[in-house]
Design a protein around this ligand. Structure first.
Ligand SMILES: Nc1ncnc2c1ncn2[C@@H]1O[C@H](COP(=O)(O)OP(=O)(O)OP(=O)(O)O)[C@@H](O)[C@H]1O
Ligand SMILES: O=c1ccn([C@@H]2O[C@H](COP(=O)(O)O)[C@@H](O)[C@H]2O)c(=O)[nH]1
Length: 236
């Protein structure tokens, strides 16, 4: 029995590359999609935001010295590529998905129109929100918070490379301890970098909880959706 009717799932872009140096690893994207399919089969309405780190960090060297806003638009376009790959893999796995972009690119994907997104979700289609917020100086974490609030999701699920929120970055500090739950105020005041401050602040103000969990742990998404103890809950 799912604990939520509608979720906003933020998928790590960087995790998409699997063991490759950059890009999209086929086995990894298929496995991610199959996990999403499991929760849609439980009757949960799923909207997805995917990051762009697997592509954008690969070309970031070329963006050195570039105008920041231009580099950020490149990053947003990377998320469009990931969104297209994700939706197409969903199609191959027997799901129905629609990509909606925050920046105008109509020949490729339809634009983000909130009522249309709500309609797709009610029809049981997966909606993939591409191009982040459509604005430079933001991240896809903020896009996940924004779209999550707009569509009335009950929770934002951040599926990432670590299995929760730690006292410090666990990739840099082996002594870091994982929280099972933490308030938004504490996460912001401790400047915990697992998600950016703008995303935390938006979710706090909208009373939209976030669950951070590992994208690599098989079955973790399903357990989170069933309300089981998995990852870290960030709450008001
Ligand atoms: N206090 C912390 N607790 C947990 N992870 C942290 C913390 N501080 C920093 N991190 C780092 O944050 C990373 C997750 O955020 P990041 O935005 O880099 O990834 P992502 O959102 O999964 O990727 P992408 O931007 O490609 O979508 C983790 O891999 C971890 O190394
Ligand atoms: O609203 C947004 C979202 C993203 N960007 C740019 O894209 C890259 C990739 O997104 P990640 O969240 O880091 O995966 C990001 O670094 C920004 O450069 C953006 O400008 N606005």
């Amino acid at each position: 029995m799912p604990a939520y009717k509608r979720i906003l799932l933020k998928l790590s872009g960087e995790a998409l590359m699997g063991d490759d140096a950059y890009g999209i690893n086929r086995a990894t994207i298929v496995r991610m999609v199959q996990e999403v399919r499991e929760v849609t089969q439980m009757g949960v309405e799923v909207a997805v935001v995917i990051g762009g780190g697997n592509i954008f960090r690969g070309v970031a060297g070329g963006s050195v010295g570039m105008d920041r806003a231009t580099a950020d638009y490149m990053g947003m376009l990377a998320t469009v590529m990931n969104s297209l790959a994700l939706a197409d893999t969903m199609r191959q796995e027997g799901m129905v998905a629609r990509v909606m972009s925050a920046i105008g690119i109509e020949q490729v994907v339809e634009p983000y129109v909130r009522p249309k997104a709500l309609q797709y979700l009610e029809e049981g289609k997966v909606v993939v929100f591409a191009a982040g917020t459509g604005n430079p100086f933001f991240t896809t974490d903020t896009a996940a918070a924004l779209r999550g609030a707009e569509i009335g999701a009950e929770i934002v699920l951040k599926a990432t490379k670590v299995d929760g929120v730690y006292t410090a970055d666990p990739k840099k500090d082996p002594e870091a301890k994982r929280y099972s739950a933490i308030t938004f105020d504490e996460a912001i005041s401790r400047n915990l970098q697992v998600m950016d401050g703008a995303a935390f602040a938006l979710c706090r103000d909208q009373k939209l909880p976030i669950k951070v969990f590992s994208i690599f742990k098989p079955g973790a998404l399903k357990r989170v959706v069933q309300g089981e103890d998995e990852g870290t809950l960030v709450h008001v």
